[in-house]
Design a protein around this ligand. Sequence first.
Ligand code: ATP
Ligand code: MG
Length: 288
Amino acid sequence: MSDTLRAAAFLDKGGTGKTTTVAHLGVALEELGHEVLLVDLAGKQGDLAKHFGVWGDYQARIEADEAWPNISTVFDDAWGTIAEKLGDDTLADLVVPTAEGPDLIPAHPGLDTLDAELGNIDDARERYSRLEQFLDEYVDPLGYDVVLVDLPGMTNNVAYNGLWAARHVITPVEMGPFEAEQADALRRDLGKIADNFAVDIELTLVLPNKVDTRTNLAEEYLDAFESEYPDAIAPDYVPYSQDIRNAAEHGQTAFALQEPSTTARRAREAYLDAAETLVSRLGGDHGG
Ligand SMILES: Nc1ncnc2c1ncn2[C@@H]1O[C@H](COP(=O)(O)OP(=O)(O)OP(=O)(O)O)[C@@H](O)[C@H]1O
Ligand SMILES: [Mg+2]
């Protein structure tokens, strides 16, 4: 058995900070001494690769037809045969290093049709477990400490694959009534999966994001999330930080900033605390 830990960022809602969370937790985990692989299943726009400034190069590879195999190839019926032919180089061509530490399997335009293709697989277990098979057979032997998967902001076959493979969900939530509802819906959905497939998928880290504590309402929502998810709530919230937004646009996380603002520094602390908590909740007990 491999001891690679896995978690997937998911909420059936766009823009709450899934990609930002995966990027920052990835770097935080590296800072804590863990080897991290990030997997982008969130759509062909390549947000995670953009967050690390490596999308331009990867896009050039895609356009030159050199991004093969890629994240969509590993879901293919023929993946086993492809991997066998590629042999030792299988993963070398899939994985891109980043300057901030984590390795990355970037998104690919092939993700566009993946949901429909998976829908053609009759057997539900087979339909939802392709990513798990790939991670088990090809990624775990590489010895990463943690694999984080970024998922689309909607419930579809691709998202199910991420949840199924990781069994642990990270949910960034904004402080609003709609987000509270979405988090409840997610918890119910995970319960249904457990009932239907006898697969336990746990809400492992609820991370309040973009929090502006100058408003009383934010404090109220923080309290509400804390009492609603006592076992999953993160030790600290991530504040709203314009620095995070700006850094992302320059292909960096807040950890790469030379002169971080107060909010960016607070965010870094929150991500480091969250990363430590995540590892312990995933059952990992030792740092690097
Ligand atoms: N703590 C924060 N402070 C300020 N801006 C933030 C913060 N977290 C995320 N953002 C910004 O919010 C926007 C949405 O974040 P992100 O792309 O991570 O969300 P997402 O859930 O991955 O969205 P999608 O569902 O579209 O994939 C981005 O512009 C990001 O830079
Ligand atoms: Mg995203």
